[in-house]
Design a protein around this ligand. Structure first.
Ligand code: FRU
Length: 427
């Protein structure tokens, strides 16, 4: 199918096994160890996947001096392993990117899914649009893992009546926007390995063409007997992709699927929370992924991975040759996850959530074996220190950090860089 924005062929760009074979922890890519903040601004809540409310150009929206985030949220008495089953979208606001007020649940009960997973939020001329993952079906008695991409419009953002903080309300109208087509995007019934993915919609408007897109996490169908991965049926189960949809009419509740931008067939099953940041004519595409979702024979990490291209549609090449941009230190390999980057002047600022500390287990299931009080003690469930990253063509480097959850507005200067863990900070 062609349209005024159609670009050359050759999609999706492949993240190959030989590129991923080069993955390694280095000084440029390992984030500093995280210690809990002296006091947790999200006390009372577990928060994990988080996204700032942004404007069409991708910058953080400044709403009467506040920034607003939406987070997957549960009460913090819940065991960490249960959080995905009860996730709800809550919003928080901050006057300085350090103190956060709890606004409350984002929706008033009309959302699709038995729970909601990650997405994005667009603040456009006073209107709020939210794109999210509807997981399972509303009212289901047994949890299912069906994933659909949903949208909600009609949200209103205002300063709270007492002048302190932000209130989000409005007459939300929800719609299911996208479901997998079975051709570009695997359906639940086609899945051969781990549970399929079709989630995490991310709004991106291309500043060069004005095209409006949604990126999302998906899987490429690989039928049994395929010759992909030299016919290796085990590797074929690892089929993550970064999906794309466009709106030809500009209606933000009306999207059409297009071919994926990138896939990782034979390499990795989950390219999570894809998002693009644009700078100086380059498109930087980022995803989060886990060590345990890499195909056998590839040694990956829980980390932020990135690709760069001169055009939104690619071809994309992995940053640093292999794709790794930021990971946890080897002695705390699961300390943070679900990284989201945005440009602030010349630096890429990357927020994530502080997951487990002093936890060195091999898998996320490991923590579920611990006594309940231990599980709760070890779980961060809050925002991690924001990473400051320099991007230079295909090369990246962690320069340092900001405080836990510090998300500067475009107008705010950044503090001086400090050296950290024996590494020199700075350019
Ligand atoms: C990544 C993720 C997302 C999903 C959410 C569910 O942290 O797997 O892809 O939307 O967690 O909790």
């Amino acid at each position: 199918m062609t349209n005024q924005f159609s670009h050359g062929g050759g999609r999706p760009s492949a993240w190959t096994r030989s590129q991923a074979a080069g993955l390694e922890r280095t000084d440029r890519t390992v984030a500093p160890i995280i210690y809990p903040a002296p006091s947790d601004p999200f006390d009372g809540w577990h928060i994990w996947d988080t996204w700032p409310v942004r404007t069409r150009d991708g910058t953080i929206a400044e709403i009467d001096g506040y920034r607003v985030i939406v987070s997957l949220t549960t009460e913090d008495t819940l065991l960490p392993g249960k959080r995905h089953d009860l996730a709800e979208l809550h919003y928080f606001y901050s006057p300085d990117g350090r103190r956060w007020g709890h606004g409350g649940p984002l929706f008033d009960g009309g959302a699709f899914g038995s729970r909601q997973w990650a997405g994005s939020a667009l603040y456009d001329d006073g209107d709020l649009y939210v794109f999210y993952t509807a997981s399972g079906s509303r009212g289901e008695s047994e949890l299912t893992y069906t994933q659909r991409i949903a949208g909600a419009e009609g949200g209103r953002v205002s300063v709270s009546p007492d002048g302190e903080g932000i209130t989000i309300d409005g007459d939300w109208r929800h719609e299911v926007l996208l479901e997998p087509d079975g051709r570009f995007y695997e359906r639940e019934g086609q899945s051969r390995g781990m549970i399929y993915t079709f989630r995490d919609p991310w709004f991106f408007e291309d500043p060069e063409t004005g095209e409006t897109t949604l990126l999302f996490e998906a899987n490429t169908p690989v039928p049994e007997g395929s010759d992909r991965c030299d016919g290796d049926p085990v590797q074929q189960e690892f089929n993550g992709s970064v999906g794309m949809a466009i709106t030809e009419s500009g209606d933000l509740m009306d999207w059409e699927l297009r071919e994926p931008l990138v896939d990782a067939v034979c390499v990795n099953q989950e390219l999570e929370r894809p998002h693009v940041a644009h700078k100086n004519g380059s498109y930087y595409l980022f995803v989060s992924s886990h060590r345990h979702t890499f195909a056998p024979g590839i040694e990956g990490f829980d980390g932020l991975y990135g690709f760069v291209a001169d055009d939104l549609y690619g071809p994309y090449r992995p940053l640093n040759g292999h794709g790794l941009v930021a990971t946890n230190p080897a002695n705390a390999p699961f300390q943070a996850y679900s990284w989201i980057g945005y440009f602030h002047r010349d630096e890429l600022l990357v927020t994530s959530f502080f997951n487990y500390y002093d936890y060195v287990g091999e898998s996320l299931d490991g923590i579920a074996q611990l006594p309940e009080s231990e599980q709760l003690r070890r779980f961060g469930g809050t925002l991690a220190p924001t990473l400051r990253i320099r991007l230079d063509g295909d090369r990246t480097r962690i320069l340092g950090t900001l405080d836990h959850g510090h998300l500067p507005l475009p107008s705010e200067p950044l503090p001086e860089l400090r050296s950290f863990e024996g590494r020199t900070a700075g350019y």
